[in-house]
Design a protein around this ligand. Structure first.
Ligand code: MN
Length: 728
C-alpha cells in the first residue's frame, strides 16, 4: 500500500473515532431506527402552473385568507411590505467579491423572485400584476448569473455552500411556477435553461460535495426535488427527483429516530425544516405524494419536547428554538395523534405554535437582523408561513399525559401542558444514541424549566458560530452538561446507533420515574434515575459502578443565575430576564463516597446566539468502584425558600429526607439490594420513596424491592423483586 493511501485511511479512521469517543472503522448510516419515504419518484402526467403551492383555482382563496384573522393579517403585512418586492435588483457579483456579498446576492435575488411571483396571484389590479410579472421574469432571467459555477460549494464556509444552493433553487423553482403562465415562449425557454442547468449541477454533485448523510446532503436534495417538480416535463426531472428522494432518505433514516427525535439538535431541525417543509408541500400538491404521514412522529416530537414556553432545547449543537409546527398543521387536519384523545394533530400543532413565546427570538432579530431559521438571507419565512397558514384550524391543548417517554431516548417529565403556569414543571432526560454530526457528550444529562424560567441547563451550542474553537473545547464536552463523568468521561452508547437502555417507566399523577443506563468508555456504567415526587420537584439518583476505583463527578449547571450556598446545598437565583421570571432552584447533593465533596466552578452558558456569559455550576466529586449520588432539585418562585433536607449515610446506602410543611418525603438509594434501615424505613429496594402527609404514609415507590416497611408496617412484600408506585 502506498504511503499516501495509508495516510488517507489513517485520517479516515481518526475522523470516525472522534465522533463517538470509540474506535471504529466508519460510521454505520444504515443501522439506526429513523424513517424513510417512498424513494420511487412520481411526477404528474402534465406540467401545470402554478401547482407547487396552490393552483390557479385556489388563488382567490389564498388572496382572501389575509382578512380571515389577526395572524393571517400580520403575515400578509409582512409579505406585502417585504423588502424583496421593492428592492433594486442587485449588481452581479464576481468570484473575487467578499463571500457575504456573493451569498447575499443569490439569497436575496432568489427570495425576491419568489415573493414577486407569489404577488402576481395576489393582485387583481392589471397594472400591478404586469409589473410583478415583469419583475419576476427579470429576476429569473438573471438566475445563477455571476460566479456561482466558478465557486466550489465544498470550499469551507464558502458563499455558494450546497446548503444555500438548496434554498435558492427552491425559491427560483417556486418563482418560475408562479410566473410561467405569463411567459412568452422565448423567455420561458431561456429561464428553463437556467434552472435545468442548476438542477443538473446539483443532481450530479451533491454526493461529491457531501459524502455523509447530514443536512448538507438533504438540504440541497429537497431544493432539487422542488425544482424537479416545477420542471416536471423535462426529460431528466424524474431522475432529479429520484436523487432528491434518495439523498433525503439518507438523512431521515440516520438523523431522525423512529419516534421523531432529530439527532443533530433543534437548530438543525429548524434549518432543515426550511427545505423539507416546502418540498413536502410541493410534492403533495404536484404529485399527490403525502410524505407528511412519514413525518408525523417529527411533528409529535416537536410538541412533546418543547418546554412550557414552546422552546425546543439547546441540546447538541443548538440554541433554543421555536417549533414551526403551524406550517405543517394544515396537512394533519384528519390525522389522529397520541397527544389528544379526539382532536386531530393539526389542532395540537396550532396550539403549540400559538402558545410559543416568541419574545427572545424577536429580540434577537431586532438586535442582529437575523431570524431563528439560520437561513435569514435564503429562506422566505413569512411567505411560507402565509402560504401554509389555515385560519380554520382551532388551537387545542393536548389531553394526553404530559410526561412522555420516547423509545428514541428522550423523556419529558411534566405536570401540565399549560403555558405560563408558574407551578408548571419540565425536565428533559436525554439519552439518545449519538449521530456523527453536531453531537455533544451529554448522555444521561437533564435540563429543567419551572416557575416560567429555564433552570438546570445544557451549556448550549457555541458563542456565535460553529467554527469557534471554544465550541469543541467547552460546549461539546461532558463538563458543559449535567452528566456524571467517570475518570473525566461521559457515558456513551452501548454500541453504535444503539440507544442507552431505559427502564422502570412510571407515569402516575403523584409520581413519575424512569431509569436510564449507559456504559463508560473506560469501563463501568451509570444507572441514572429521575424521580418526580408529587410532580412538584425532581430527584436524580445515580449509581456509578466500575471494575476499578475511579473518580465520579456529577455536574450540575443551574443555568443563567448567580449561585450561593454551602455544604450539600446550593441555590441559583434567577432574575426576571429574556428567558423567564425571577425564581430559585434549590439543590442538595449527597454522595456515598468516603471522600465525597462539592466544588464550585464557573462555565459558559448560551441559550441564544451571541448571548453567552459565565455562570456558576457545581461538581460533586467522589472516588470509588461503587458509589451513589442523589440530587434533590426544588424549583421555587421568587422569594420562596426550599424545604428542609437532610441525609444519613451508611456505607453505600443514602437516606435523604425532604420536609416541606405537612409533607415529608424519604428517599433510599443504594447500589445493590441488601437491607437498608433508617429510623423510618426498611427496604431492600435499590431506590425507594415514602411520602408521609401529616405523619401518615400516603404514597410510596420502590425499585427492585421484595420488601418495604415504614415504622415497622409492611407497605409491600413480594417473592420477586418489584418496581411499583402505589397510593394508600
Ligand atoms: Mn450541549
Amino acid at each position: 500500500m502506498s504511503t499516501l493511501k495509508t495516510l488517507f485511511i489513517a485520517a479516515l479512521i481518526f475522523a470516525a473515532s472522534n465522533a463517538y469517543g470509540q474506535q471504529k472503522s466508519s460510521p454505520n448510516y444504515e443501522s439506526y431506527s429513523g424513517f424513510t419515504c417512498d424513494p420511487v419518484p412520481k411526477l404528474p402526467a402534465n406540467e401545470t402552473h402554478p401547482s407547487l403551492w396552490f393552483t390557479a383555482d385556489q388563488a382567490a382563496a389564498m388572496r382572501a385568507k389575509k382578512d380571515q384573522d389577526k395572524q393571517a393579517a400580520k403575515l400578509w403585512k409582512q409579505v406585502s411590505e417585504s423588502q424583496f418586492l421593492t428592492m433594486d435588483l442587485l449588481p452581479e457579483p464576481s468570484a473575487s467579491d467578499d463571500k457575504k456579498v456573493i451569498h447575499q446576492y443569490y439569497g436575496y435575488m432568489a427570495q425576491a423572485a419568489k415573493y414577486s411571483g407569489f404577488m402576481i396571484w395576489m393582485t387583481e389590479d392589471d397594472d400591478k400584476k404586469q409589473k410583478l410579472i415583469d419583475r419576476t421574469t427579470a429576476l429569473l432571467e438573471r438566475a445563477y448569473d455571476g460566479p456561482v459555477y466558478e465557486l466550489d460549494p465544498k470550499q469551507k464556509s464558502g458563499p455558494t455552500d450546497e446548503i444555500y444552493l438548496g434554498s435558492w433553487l427552491q425559491n427560483y423553482g417556486a418563482a418560475y411556477d408562479f410566473v410561467q403562465p405569463f411567459l412568452a415562449e422565448e423567455k420561458d425557454k431561456a429561464i428553463r435553461a437556467r434552472l435545468v442547468k442548476q438542477c443538473d449541477y446539483l443532481a450530479k454533485n451533491i454526493y461529491k460535495w457531501t459524502s455523509r448523510p447530514h443536512n448538507h446532503l438533504s438540504k440541497p436534495a429537497w431544493g432539487l426535488g422542488s425544482c424537479a417538480l416545477a420542471l416536471s416535463e423535462e426529460k431528466d426531472a424524474i431522475s432529479w427527483l429520484g436523487v432528491a428522494l434518495t439523498a433525503a432518505n439518507e438523512n431521515t433514516k440516520y438523523f431522525f429516530s423512529g419516534d421523531g427525535i432529530y439527532r443533530e439538535g433543534s437548530h438543525y431541525l429548524g434549518f432543515s425544516w426550511t427545505n423539507f417543509l416546502p418540498f413536502m408541500v410541493n410534492y403533495k400538491n404536484v404529485s399527490g405524494v403525502n410524505q407528511f404521514e412519514d413525518y408525523k412522529p417529527v411533528m409529535e416530537w416537536g410538541v412533546a419536547v418543547r418546554n412550557s414556553k414552546g422552546w425546543l432545547p439547546n441540546i447538541e449543537d443548538s440554541f433554543i428554538r421555536p417549533f414551526p409546527g403551524h406550517m405543517a398543521a394544515y396537512m394533519y387536519k384528519d390525522t389522529k395523534t397520541s397527544l389528544h384523545s379526539s382532536a386531530p394533530l393539526s389542532e395540537v400543532l396550532m396550539w403549540a405554535w400559538n402558545t410559543t413565546e416568541m419574545k427572545p427570538f424577536e429580540e434577537y432579530t431586532e438586535r442582529t437582523t437575523y431570524n431563528w431559521t439560520g437561513a435569514t438571507w435564503d429562506y422566505t419565512l413569512p411567505l411560507d408561513e402565509y402560504l401554509t397558514y389555515d385560519p380554520s384550524i382551532k388551537s387545542t391543548i393536548p389531553d394526553s399525559s404530559p410526561t412522555v417517554f420516547l423509545d428514541g431516548g428522550q423523556s419529558m417529565f411534566r405536570n401540565t401542558w399549560k403555558s405560563g403556569d408558574a407551578s408548571g414543571r419540565y425536565l428533559l432526560f436525554q439519552g439518545v444514541a449519538e449521530a456523527d454530526n453536531h453531537e455533544h457528550y451529554e448522555h444521561l444529562s437533564f435540563i429543567i424549566s419551572a416557575e416560567n424560567q429555564m433552570m438546570a441547563s445544557d451549556g448550549g451550542y457555541t458563542r456565535k458560530g460553529y467554527g469557534e474553537k471554544f465550541r469543541t473545547e467547552w460546549y461539546k464536552q461532558a463538563i458543559a452538561h449535567n452528566v456524571v463523568t467517570f475518570n473525566g468521561e461521559a457515558p456513551v452508547d452501548p454500541a453504535e446507533n444503539v440507544t442507552p437502555v431505559s427502564r422502570y417507566r412510571i407515569d402516575t399523577d403523584f409520581f413519575d420515574f424512569e431509569e436510564k443506563e449507559a456504559p463508560y468508555p473506560g469501563g463501568g456504567k451509570l444507572r441514572r434515575a429521575i424521580a418526580f415526587p408529587g410532580e412538584t420537584y425532581f430527584v436524580v439518583a445515580d449509581i456509578v459502578s466500575a471494575p476499578n476505583s475511579g473518580q465520579a463527578v456529577a455536574i450540575l449547571h443551574g443555568g443563567r443565575a448567580p449561585m450561593s450556598g454551602e455544604g450539600n446545598y446550593r441555590v441559583w437565583n434567577y432574575e426576571d430576564d429574556t428567558y423567564g421570571a425571577a425564581a430559585h432552584l434549590h439543590a442538595w447533593t449527597f454522595g456515598s463516597a468516603a471522600d465525597f465533596k462539592i466544588e464550585n466552578a464557573q462555565g459558559e452558558v448560551t441559550y441564544l446566539k451571541g448571548d453567552y456569559a459565565v455562570f456558576p455550576y457545581t461538581k460533586a466529586i467522589g472516588n470509588g468502584d461503587e458509589q451513589v449520588i442523589l440530587q434533590v432539585l426544588v424549583p421555587c418562585g421568587a422569594g420562596k425558600g426550599g424545604p428542609r433536607v437532610s441525609s444519613v449515610k451508611n456505607g453505600n446506602q443514602i437516606v435523604v429526607t425532604v420536609e416541606d410543611q405537612n409533607i415529608t418525603d424519604t428517599f433510599v438509594l443504594q447500589p445493590s439490594n441488601v437491607t437498608a434501615k433508617s429510623d423510618l424505613v426498611e427496604t431492600d429496594a435499590s431506590f425507594a420513596w415514602i411520602r408521609q402527609e401529616v405523619g401518615k404514609v400516603s404514597k410510596y415507590f420502590v425499585r427492585e424491592a421484595t420488601m418495604l416497611k415504614a415504622n415497622g408496617t409492611v407497605l409491600m412484600q413480594s417473592d420477586k423483586p418489584k418496581t411499583e408506585a402505589k397510593e394508600r
